[in-house]
Design a protein around this ligand. Structure first.
Ligand code: G3P
Length: 218
């Protein structure tokens, strides 16, 4: 399973990259705004900075919601760096745009997916990634993990190559559960990834090893 970091924060991207387990980055307009990155030029430059840090795919989201606008923006984003994947919302216009980008050889990430039917459309349009938002479903008392499992089943039924990119991950156990279900990719905040490292028995065991070593070697 690939690990993407879900942030536009350069320090956190560098920190995750340094861990040696990072496969890519996802961003969205909210994450860009959180970092105070505004204006088309600054946003594009920020994507270029992100692409210098990592070696995997970087999702860059279009702002336009009409077909022509998405095509224009998507082409501009894709031209910034070969690592860029154009992130397109799950709408009729978005699916048409994904089909267009697929034909042009431009990689896409279909975002804001909340149902199996939407994921099926994304796969039929040839999306590189589909992003079901599991945390936001959990927020409205709907089982987000079940959606990932159902998309896995449908994609496997037809051998769709679209990768399931589990998004809106809120905590470490979401990552583990996505791995059990067979998500191809998770995108998570750094804190959720770092949680995977932790176990009190690891800390206790290491303390004991060092104490025993020091008893005989000091
Ligand atoms: O990748 C999508 C993600 O950024 C949404 O996360 O926590 O805002 O639901 P969240």
């Amino acid at each position: 399973m690939k690990f993407f970091i879900d942030t536009a924060n350069l320090s956190q991207i560098k920190e995750a990259e340094a861990l040696g387990i990072l496969d890519g980055v996802t961003t969205n307009p909210s994450l860009m705004a959180k970092e105070g990155i505004t204006g088309e030029k600054n946003i594009k430059n920020h994507y270029k900075e992100i692409c210098k840090i990592v070696t995997g795919h970087v999702s860059a989201e279009v702002i336009a919601t009409d077909y022509e606008g998405m095509i224009r923006e998507g082409k501009e984003l894709a031209a910034l760096d070969p690592l860029i994947v154009v992130k397109v919302p799950m709408t009729k216009e978005g699916i048409k745009a994904i089909k267009y980008f697929t034909k042009q050889g431009i990689k896409t990430n279909c975002t804001l997916v909340f149902s199996v039917g939407q994921a099926l459309l994304a796969a039929k349009a040839g999306a590189t990634y589909v992003s079901p938002f599991l945390g936001r479903l959990d927020d409205v008392a709907t089982d987000g993990l079940n959606l990932i499992a159902e998309i896995r089943l449908v994609y496997d039924n037809y051998n769709y190559q679209t990768q399931i990119l589990a998004a809106s991950i809120r905590h470490t156990m979401h990552i583990v559960d996505c791995a059990k279900i067979g998500a191809d990719v998770i995108t998570a905040p750094l804190s959720a990834m770092e949680g995977l490292f932790n176990h009190p028995l690891t800390d206790l065991g290491l303390k004991k090893f060092l104490e025993d070593y020091n008893k005989l070697n000091s």
